[in-house]
Write a protein that binds this ligand. Structure first.
Ligand code: ZN
Length: 157
């Protein structure tokens, strides 16, 4: 029987909650399961670690501290930039925008100065996951060469 291990392709249903508030920040409920190639940095590190050895049909619940999830918040990732840099967009607090170096959130706007945060929204958070392994199979050589899963729930190209 295939288990969750490096170079396996796992399909999982998952629900992620913030243990302090109970808020669900992400879930596959109502969607197709998430399919990923194990051991190729497709997922946050702790998510894979906690599923290692699991079989099809197995459910696991685990808690990840920030260092095994999205990392700690980095102070330098909070920056102040002039509003004119936004071009046609009027920045407002709470907005998530895309830049050359990834997504960022608008924290506050004071006059012509916009404070933005490049930290991941879940940086610094402890995350709780409830995961059900709905399928696990060996990866194909092509998938391993590409570093991602193919087929339903995976990459299409
Ligand atoms: Zn591919």
């Amino acid at each position: 029987m295939t288990i969750v291990e490096k170079d396996a392709v796992a399909s999982v249903h998952y629900t992620g909650t913030l243990p302090e508030s109970g808020e669900v920040f992400d879930t596959s409920e109502g969607r197709d399961p998430l399919t990923f190639l194990v051991g190729h940095q497709q997922m946050i590190p702790g998510f894979e670690e906690e599923l290692m050895g699991a079989q099809k049909g197995e459910r696991r619940t685990f808690t990840l501290e920030p260092e095994r999830a999205y990392g700690e918040k980095i102070a330098e990732a909070v920056q102040q930039i002039p509003a004119e840099m936004f071009g046609d967009i009027t920045p407002e607090p709470g907005m998530t925008l895309m830049s050359d170096v990834g997504p960022f959130n608008v924290v506050s706007v004071e006059g012509d100065t916009v404070t933005v945060d490049f930290n991941h929204k879940l940086a610094g958070e402890t995350l709780q996951f409830s995961v059900e392994v709905v399928d696990v199979r060996p990866a194909t050589e092509e998938e391993i060469a590409h570093g991602h899963a193919h087929g339903p729930g995976g990459h299409h190209h």
